[in-house]
Write a protein that binds this ligand. Structure first.
Ligand code: CIR
Length: 274
């Protein structure tokens, strides 16, 4: 196990930014795919979201909020509307028709940091279905992301030296509901993922070491690599302990109300590392 170098980002040049969007008062009318609708305490959700943003600041990110969109219940889940690579930002066409007006304000913020390319109709792609490990990009073919979306992404990124692998996703909302990258996106790092093997076969991620979630915590595979740390949901102490035991700097945040909207840790930000 090669421990991550430092718990806080210490790069040179401009600090990295985290794009977020305020929690909408309409969150209770969010899209739901695998969960039954239960009442969401929107006030508590807003507090949890603010603490999430605070954790990102403590990890060295400048938080840039896209304008609030109270009429768009899922607008807080900005991950789904953009995929940011070092070379380019891809503005997605979300799979849920009611989410299709979410991307432009996030794209406007990204325009200052990356060249932008968009996914065009009829293809659909949710950012939550896109997992990068170095020059390998995995795309979950979920209820939100079509094969056309995966192919459109491939046409953008393959000329930049990436490979794209499509992965069927029958059991959960997005690919990153099942698996996320722990390391492998920075020079010299080992390729390592965290995953729930019940939802995705870890062998999909060729040449990567897989750490598994605790079987009692099926949704614990979604963690956010932020700088040299991992931001993890407080609801999964067993898995978080496994990560800490492997040397990771684990930061936790309670996102229990966002989870009722099928939102996880990665969903609430788009990280733009300098
Ligand atoms: C949706 O169903 O679109 C939202 N309620 C949740 C989106 C979560 N996003 C993500 O996992 N990337």
């Amino acid at each position: 196990m090669v421990p991550l170098r430092s718990p806080v980002w210490r790069g040179s040049g401009a600090p990295p930014i985290a794009i977020t969007r305020p929690l909408p008062s309409s969150l209770g009318r969010c899209q739901l795919t695998h969960l039954d609708r239960v009442a969401i305490d929107v006030g508590l959700a807003a507090v949890q979201h603010a603490l999430y943003e605070q954790q990102l600041r403590e990890l060295g990110y400048t938080v840039c909020q896209a304008p609030a969109a109270d009429d768009l219940p899922d607008s807080v889940f900005v991950e789904d509307v953009a995929v940011v690579l070092p070379e380019v930002a891809i503005v997605t066409r979300p799979g849920a028709a009611l989410r299709r007006s979410e991307p432009p304000p996030v794209a406007a913020l990204l325009a200052g940091h990356r060249p932008l390319v968009s996914i065009a109709a009829p293809a659909t792609l949710d950012g939550g279905d896109v997992l990068r490990l170095g020059r390998s990009i995995y795309v979950g073919l979920s209820t939100r992301t079509t094969l056309g979306g995966a192919r459109a992404l491939a046409r953008i990124v393959e000329p930049l030296g990436y490979t794209v692998t499509s992965v069927p996703m029958p059991a959960c909302l997005h690919l990153k509901s099942a698996a996320t990258a722990l390391s492998g996106n920075q020079a010299g790092e080992p390729r390592r993922i965290l995953c729930n093997p019940e939802w995705i076969d870890p062998r999909v991620f060729a040449r990567a070491e897989a750490l598994l979630v605790d079987p009692l915590e099926p949704s614990a595979g979604n963690v956010l690599r932020a700088g040299a740390s991992l931001l993890c949901a407080a609801a999964y102490p067993r898995t978080n302990e496994r990560l800490a035991a492997r040397g990771y700097d684990v930061r936790t945040v309670d996102v229990s109300e966002l989870a009722k909207a099928e939102g996880a840790i990665t969903c609430c930000s788009v990280l733009v590392d300098a």
